[in-house]
Design a protein. Structure first.
Length: 222
């Protein structure tokens, strides 16, 4: 899978691409992630990518031309173009599974007060990572890229997906986990996890998932 991320702040991705699981997935060629600075595509002689809004108002608006040309230079027949905006469809694990199926994604990070609405003419979907407003699409782009990459076979142990919160079949939250020591400041590990009986352990974990989901996210059980 290939993901092109269009941004004017490529340096924000340095840590993301060079750390832990994402770094290893790139090295193993399980995913290709390209950071594309759409400022490189502007026809403005001073390198401008934004301007004041028609009709007046605060702030600067990203211009359509640099983003349009950047997308057109990267887009193939099998590409899905995603625009990141608080106005978009709410992102969730189901959407991560859906996006994982595409061979090529172009993710556009908005910035400033917004973007010229004509950018919407070249996008296939709009995504929001939650009902709050960030200064730009870079953090949402990392969140989405991370959530897709970890679903690609070989990136993490397959077993991890089975127990993920929001697992696509169960839609339950994850069960609690523990590691050494057995006791810490009077807090102990549940006995059932120490008895080696895997049937009992599976049953306990499943019950914990159901209880936790009922308590915290009853909306997921409907
Ligand atoms: N850009 C700014 N806020 C955002 C959000 N919540 N989701 C996606 N893109 C955004």
């Amino acid at each position: 899978m290939k993901i092109d991320i269009l941004t004017i702040f490529p340096e924000m991705f340095d840590g993301f691409l060079n750390t832990s699981i994402i770094k290893r997935a790139i090295e193993k060629k399980l995913v290709e992630i390209n950071i594309v600075n759409f400022r490189d595509f502007t026809l403005d002689p001073h390198g401008k990518v934004d301007d004041t809004p028609y009709g007046g108002g605060r702030g600067m608006v990203l211009m359509v031309q640099p983003i349009y040309d950047a997308v057109m230079s990267l887009k193939k027949d099998n590409t899905k173009v995603i625009l990141l905006t608080p106005d978009g469809e709410p992102y969730n694990q189901k959407k991560a599974y859906e996006l994982k199926k595409y061979e090529h994604l172009i993710i556009i990070c908005g910035h400033y007060e917004g973007f010229d609405d004509r950018i919407r003419s070249i996008t296939d979907m709009e995504i929001s990572i939650g009902d709050y407003v960030l200064t730009g699409g870079e953090i949402p782009a990392m969140a989405i890229t991370d959530s897709i990459t970890r679903l690609i076979p070989g990136v993490i142990m397959e077993e991890s997906h089975i127990n993920d919160s929001f697992n696509i079949e169960t839609n339950l939250l994850d069960y609690p986990t523990y590691t050494k020591p057995r006791e810490f400041k009077g807090m102990t590990v549940p006995d059932v996890l120490l008895n080696g009986n895997h049937k009992e352990i599976d049953e306990y974990r499943r019950n914990m998932q159901i209880e936790k989901t009922k308590e915290r996210r009853p909306d997921l059980l409907s």
